[in-house]
Design a protein. Sequence first.
Length: 195
Amino acid sequence: MSEFQLYFQQGLYHVLDINAYDHVLFIVALTVPYVFKDWKNVLLLVTLFTIGHSMSLILAVYDIISVKSSLVEFLIPVTIFITAVYNIFRANKSGKKDNVNFLAFTTLFFGIIHGLGFSSYFKMLVANNSGDKLVPLMEFALGIEVAQVIIVLIVLLLSWAVQTFLRFTLRDWILVTCSFVAGVVVPMIIHNRIW
């Protein structure tokens, strides 16, 4: 297996791992207010999330930043909860009417938090790589981006199917999906070891 395949697959599986569903929940909550015609906005947000994720990995790999894992493990479900609740309160408005700058900044910041949750493992993964650590990071980020686009496509397809065949409104789809996501992460917040 080539190094590219190794790091690309690690990024892909980092997101699609059934045991690491927090990443999937965040992408679902981020995507749910949008429909296929809004694909540029969704792609922008997902890419900003990947950039934020990668920024924190760079900072951790080069020992520029170190954050207690218990704090990060608490903040990750909080970011998911905030995103879901934001969408619940904005459910009557389409994704186009949102302040793109606010969403872009928030998504980038949340990406930094999520990246910190994986930074220790990634640091260990590239520790044996005597060369440049940026190339493996870019390969890993590409895997993350591809996995996130897969999730986005699934969410958009589900949204289309639910709205077309079950006659849900976009508002109802957002309320049901984001309520489910929020319900999943509340126990993660309450039972976190930070308390």
